[in-house]
Write a protein that binds this ligand. Sequence first.
Ligand code: ATP
Length: 328
Amino acid sequence: MITARGLARRFTARGRTVDAVKGVDIDVAEGELVGFLGPNGAGKTTTLRMLTTLLKPTSGQATVGGCDLLADPLGVRRRIGYVAQAGGTWQDCKVIEEIEIQGRLYGLTKAESLARGAELSEQLDLSGLEQRLTKTLSGGQRRRLDIVLGLIHRPGLVFLDEPTTALDPQSRANLWEHIRSLRTEHGVTVFLTTHYLDEADSLCDRILVIDNGEIAAEGTPDSLKAGVSGDGVTIGVPLASTGAAAEIAGRLTGAHEVSIVEDTVRFRVPRGDVAMPELLRALDAAGIAMESMQVHRPTLDDVFLTLTGRSLRDAEAATPTPEAARVP
Ligand SMILES: Nc1ncnc2c1ncn2[C@@H]1O[C@H](COP(=O)(O)OP(=O)(O)OP(=O)(O)O)[C@@H](O)[C@H]1O
């Protein structure tokens, strides 16, 4: 469904050059639900905009839905649906008007647009809202309407740019179910971007991790996590004892990646539950009182940390808002 090779995009604005995407290779097979995971500014939207013909690559090539991205952009557009991060509805339009306009834009008759809209509205739990102005919909309803609009012409491949950003946890979980059903019940191939670890983990068959415009890793959530060696352990100790506690932790069987962060000592061991009694005894013998303890199985954040040396959450916090660098 998607094959991209060396896809790159450079922006030049006010004398400054940004290599937003640095030559990525992407393969997505028919029927897959693939997530593009990375912090703000990693290059997700830029890649998506290239794959959907909205932005010309600086270099590289791609086939999307069987059509060449550069030679046949119209063919690509006919075969894909695209749901942008900001959505595409006009606030003073009724739901039914949006559906009709979108269908007509794709060459459907009014009757076909409304019939297809009714079918999709039922599948995405929007029935009964046809006469409502879109500005009166909840965030979750509006995102589901965006998806209805993206699917009106029955594309085999749909791109969703951060589909659940700004939704509350319940609406996110609800939308995940709908996204899953696009694939399981309608055979639609889904390529979505996200910076939510839990979303990538629970929703996607396969994940491409992007950082600084480059693919840092790819695989199923489980295979990526299996690449992180061991459980993560964090113990809280008095500030004055962190050095001694880190030394003790480092002597545990198989301990690695030992670090001190404020009054905590963090490290990895093959089995956190097995290491704990030994650690407690050693800390007791050294007269160090452990104040807290956390053991966790590897997460996708650990994957990101192992790959890039940064936690995805920290990377998010440290990234300046992309708008600051955008060309107007
Ligand atoms: N039109 C533009 N002009 C200049 N720089 C741009 C432009 N669009 C994006 N960039 C820069 O390219 C980089 C990648 O941006 P992009 O929007 O693709 O990231 P992202 O991973 O989608 O982030 P987010 O999660 O915030 O949407 C950022 O440094 C951004 O500032």
